[in-house]
Design a protein around this ligand. Sequence first.
Ligand code: SF4
Length: 229
Amino acid sequence: MERYSQIKNKIKREIVLLKSAPCIWSKCTFCDYIEDNSTCKEEIIHINNEVLEKVTGEYGILEVIDSASIFELPQETLKKIKTIIEEKKIHTLFVESHWLYHSRIHEIRDYFGIKVIVKIGVETFDDEFRNGVLNKNAHFSSVKELKKYFDSPCLMVGIQGQTKEMIDNDMNILQTYFEYGTISIYRNNSTIIKRDNQLVCWFLDKYSYLIDDPRYDFLYDPTDFGVGD
Ligand code: SF4
């Protein structure tokens, strides 16, 4: 499992994939990466310390992800991140959280005290597909409400059952309302949710300009950030 990498093609930054306690939700139908979650706090702290020691501060920007939310990291790891931020003169931090923590996002911004870009796995703005099919349990009422807490939606493309209209709407919302975002092409994994290759081909053709947009990260494969397995 690779846990440290650098992203050089869009916003240049270091990225660490940390280990965390189990995701608060753990029930998304397409997710099997929660298998990286652990209930052993000592193991989590040890692994995370090792990974965080690799951060150099080269770009002044750090992204911290885990197979859950930032809130599932132990206090010891949050403290270590804060120490690294100070030592390596990091000015911007990317983190990720589930919608269930929306009312606590301000705690993270306050704790680190630097610019924090908070990502959220929206997957799609189609409420029925997001919550009914993907079982995301992210029930925000509007883009405006989402933006009160989060800066950067992660969108998934190419899932069986998704339609071109849904994806057009998602890409429209992304470009209209967000300065940050991630577009991920769905890759089959151990879950029952499957990829729609025709939809992927259509997307790659129609939205090739978006793939190169410096504002948005694009993951053709979940490991394209250089972390994970
Ligand atoms: S919120 Fe994220 S980590 Fe948790 S089950 Fe859903 S996709 Fe997986």
